[in-house]
Design a protein around this ligand. Structure first.
Ligand code: SF4
Ligand code: SF4
Length: 453
């Protein structure tokens, strides 16, 4: 039988999941944690602590700065050393709370045991509030505050929850390891999300290149369904391996055969998509009182001798992660935060991990060498590959010309920055880099217009 997938575009890069056998190991605690107040989509969080304050692990140190925003919690215990701008991975200053670590003292009430808690409380309002208090954001890359996503606007209704376990980007294996090693917790988290959304059916979407995870999650669901009807209505769907299968709009298309319109949210077609890491974070907060203070990070690359999936406290400097694994090999000339298709080059290794940091990928000169750019030969391969139905050759031209009006008219703002166009272009035109700039201009024009209304 043909496996479900999205209907237009996409590419088939080699999956390069060389860290797939690496079990999740805890990363040693950093000497200091650096917690940016902007590490989610929406307004920056507002600090709740002052320099000199003592904090414990799990203590809220910044509160939401608006409706779309999230709490930030201390990921280490110690003393607040500074609250000041600090360079992020691109070198841009971001307000950051620095905690000099002393020991590892946790807030009272956080259950650090491995005991699985399967009884889900009935009060949905309390569950939603708890998810908000846990500072949980989407861990699939978008970092959209989860409690906001779980509160459909008036007039819209969720019909299906999709748990995104596709991890379609090459090299990344953290979601795969979470599914294998924390599958029970993920499914309890999924059941909590499902209940908050009104008991809708839930699809756990996993790509076909992860058969162990598919088999394990099927077993977990069957086991949990024997314990409580709250686990009924959860099923695994085996997805075709195709990039970007895990893109939100692509996944909804594949699972529900519905198209999310330009500028619209998934809820407009009755869908809510949450990543497996987010489902785990929801479990941790609701069942164990543990806010989002750590995340699984894949550290990988052919030139890197110490492949790993590490459980890293949020705010850990990237340099210390790489040093823990033996340092950066000489052949590595580039570090990417994320995967090779959508990740961002790290310009500053002293930057710290964010809630949404899922991977560090090390690449060699050969892997990063840009082939000489040629003229567009109008082959149309970029448009064929675009999963959003855009015309990348046109967008890059408009972007180079700074024609913001035409960029918007040609939906540059819908670009999901998947890189399929770049991957497919025989003329080696850096389409994604150029379109990204044009998209930013189009989005700014849209925002400015909305602000004037
Ligand atoms: S990066 Fe943007 S324009 Fe290029 S294929 Fe992806 S969605 Fe289309
Ligand atoms: S794939 Fe490259 S060469 Fe072909 S039409 Fe697109 S931009 Fe031009």
């Amino acid at each position: 039988m043909r496996k479900p997938t999205f209907s237009i575009g996409g590419v088939h890069p080699h999956d390069s999941k060389i860290s797939r056998e690496c079990r999740i190991e805890p990363m040693p605690l950093p000497d200091s944690a650096f917690l940016a107040v902007s590490q989610h989509i929406g307004a920056p969080a507002k600090p709740l602590v002052a320099v000199g304050d003592k904090v414990k692990v799990g203590q809220p140190i910044a509160e939401p700065g608006g409706f779309v925003s999230a709490y930030i919690h201390a990921s280490v215990s110690g003393t607040v050393k500074s609250i000041a701008p600090r360079a992020d991975l691109a070198g841009n200053p971001v307000m950051t709370i620095e905690i000099a670590r002393e020991g590892d003292e946790w807030m009272e009430g956080i259950d650090q045991s491995d005991t699985l808690v399967t009884d889900i409380p009935d009060d949905n309002k309390a569950l939603l509030e708890k998810i908000k208090l846990g500072g949980i954001v989407g861990l699939g890359g978008a970092t959209f505050p989860t409690h906001v996503k779980l509160s459909p606007p008036p007039g819209s209704k969720c019909e299906r929850l999709i748990i995104n376990g596709c991890e379609c980007e090459p090299y990344l294996t953290s979601d795969f390891r979470v599914l294998l090693e924390k599958g029970e917790q993920v499914i309890v988290g999924a059941a909590i999300l499902k209940q908050v959304l009104g008991g809708v059916p839930c699809t756990v979407a996993i790509e076909e290149n992860k058969p162990e995870a598919i088999a394990h999650i099927n077993e977990v669901i069957a086991k949990l369904q024997k314990l409580s009807p709250k686990f009924n209505g959860i099923e695994v769907m085996t997805m075709k391996m195709r990039y970007p299968q895990g893109g939100e709009k692509q996944l909804i298309d594949a699972v529900m055969h519905r198209q999310v319109g330009s500028g619209a949210l998934p809820i407009s077609v009755g869908a809510v998509v949450q990543n497996v890491g987010t489902a785990l974070a929801v479990y941790d907060m609701v069942q164990k009182n543990k806010p989002l203070i750590d995340n699984t990070v894949t550290v990988t690359g052919e030139c890197f001798p110490h492949q790993a999936n590490l459980l890293v406290r949020v705010g850990t400097p990237l340099r210390s992660i790489l040093e823990h694994l033996g340092g950066i090999p000489e052949e590595a000339v580039k570090v990417i935060s994320g995967g090779p298709m959508m990740g961002k080059a790290v310009a500053n290794l002293d930057a710290a991990t964010l809630k949404g940091t899922g991977a560090l990928l090390l690449l060699t000169e050969k892997q990063t060498a840009r082939k000489e750019e040629g003229p567009c030969i109008r082959c149309g391969k970029c448009a064929e590959a675009c999963p959003m139905g855009l015309e990348p050759f046109l967008l890059q031209k408009l972007s180079r010309n700074g024609d913001v009006e035409a960029l918007e008219a040609n939906a540059a703002q819908d670009c999901i920055e998947c890189g399929c166009c770049l991957y497919s272009c025989p003329a080696n035109i850096p389409l994604l880099d150029i379109i990204r700039l044009g998209k930013a201009d189009a989005m700014k024009a849209i925002r400015d217009r909305a602000a004037k209304k």
